[in-house]
Ligand binder design. Structure first.
Ligand SMILES: Cc1ncc(COP(=O)(O)O)c(C=O)c1O
Length: 372
């Protein structure tokens, strides 16, 4: 005692949950609240394709608009992570991810905003294409990060990050180790999405809507945070995490197990009684395609449909796959026409440019010269 099943499952009030989060240090970096917007033209387009001619109301939660170097979900997280770095007296941050990582981009931007030096060691996951100064990598450089590239080997990357951090420390620097150099601040990332659930709850109330479902592209922190936030409030909203990865990235643990573990770690840190069980987690890996990062036909279609109906931009690695799941579920009647769905946009937009050649848009034809 207490094990997770026996824990107190009494729902918290929003005020109680907010008070628990407010006890954690935070630096303002994101434009919050991000807008909650309805997508009527997308709804109409999908309604035309369903047998009954009706489709659910669809809203988008614009976390692509968090505002830091083209935005995204990580900016919310760095409000807590960077506060922790500053509290520890750090003067330099070391972190790693893939070359086109939105995590690395927003980390570099957050560091620039608060005056911390940022060193990134980034994995080339797309071969030579990842040497191109494009997408997130371009933005990392613009915001002043010191970037090194490494082959696609996580263990080698972690070793290189730790060696770099060690060198900096020997030179008298106070280093904050971000992912993949340390997992220590991971719970702060999930915490940001517990907070985001409170933000969404307030917006839904203000808009006079009852949300039935949430769809988001997530495997880790966002997933655990949204799930914990909803459960803590006793919310009946169904949340489907649409995985960008084809498998769990935790050796020996399923995504559901890791999500529950991560959520419970947050709950412990902020002192709330809520505990999650792996059975509470709802996720799909059906929209990943061949592998993480692969452009899929469903994703390409989602990019076109959201773009042409709502001028809403999606990235091919994350948000297009969540949108493909949403579209497919509406078409198959898995989401009823009387329901209200929130598509939680997690950002990732700089990747559009790095992946331009793979998105399937043929070059427009030349205009035929008109002879007067
Ligand atoms: C655009 C975008 N969406 C979703 C995710 C998934 O977030 P999480 O790692 O919290 O699951 C990421 C992570 O890098 C991302 O960049």
């Amino acid at each position: 005692m207490p094990d997770s099943a026996a824990a107190d499952h009494r729902a918290l009030t929003e005020a109680e949950l907010r008070a628990a989060i407010e006890a954690i240090p935070r630096v303002p970096l994101a434009q919050l609240p991000t807008p909650l917007e309805e997508l009527p033209r997308l709804r109409a387009a999908l309604a035309r394709e369903t047998p009954g001619g009706r489709a659910p109301r669809i809203f988008v939660k614009r976390d692509d608009q968090t505002g830091l170097a083209l935005g995204g979900n990580k900016t919310r997280m760095f409000e807590f992570v960077i506060a922790s770095a500053l509290e520890q007296g750090a003067d330099v941050v070391v972190g790693g991810a893939a070359v086109n990582s939105n995590y690395a981009r927003q980390l570099a931007a957050a560091c620039a905003k608060v005056g911390l030096e940022c060193h990134l060691i980034l994995r080339r996951v797309r071969g030579e294409r990842d040497r191109e100064i494009q997408g997130a990598l371009l933005l990392d450089l613009i915001v002043g990060a010191k970037v090194q590239l490494i082959e696609d080997d996580r263990a080698a990357q972690t070793a290189a990050l730790n060696a770099l951090a060690g060198r900096l420390e020997r030179n008298g620097r106070r280093v904050f180790r971000a992912l993949l150099a340390s997992e220590e601040s991971k719970w702060l990332q999930s915490l940001a999405y517990v907070d985001a659930v409170l933000e969404l709850a307030a917006q839904a109330r203000e808009a006079g809507i009852t949300i039935d479902r949430i769809y988001a592209a997530t495997l880790e922190a966002t997933h655990a945070g949204i799930r914990l936030g909803l459960t803590a409030l006793g919310s009946p909203v169904r949340f489907l995490a649409v995985s960008p990865n084809e498998a769990s990235i935790w050796p020996g643990r399923t995504v559901a197990e890791e999500t529950a573990r991560a959520a419970n770690e947050v709950a412990e840190w902020i002192g709330i009684p809520t505990r999650l069980d792996p059975a509470d987690v709802e996720l799909t890996m059906d929209y990943v395609g061949e592998a993480y990062g692969a452009v899929t036909p469903g994703g390409q279609e989602a990019i076109r449909l959201f773009g042409a109906t709502e001028a809403l931009l999606l990235d091919p690695v994350y948000t297009a796959k969540a949108a493909a799941a949403l579209i497919d579920h509406v078409r198959r009647g898995l989401i009823g026409p009387d329901e209200t769905v929130v598509f939680w946009h997690t950002g990732g937009l700089p990747a559009i440019f790095a992946y331009a050649a793979e998105l399937g848009f043929p070059p427009p034809p030349n205009s035929t010269p008109v002879t007067p």
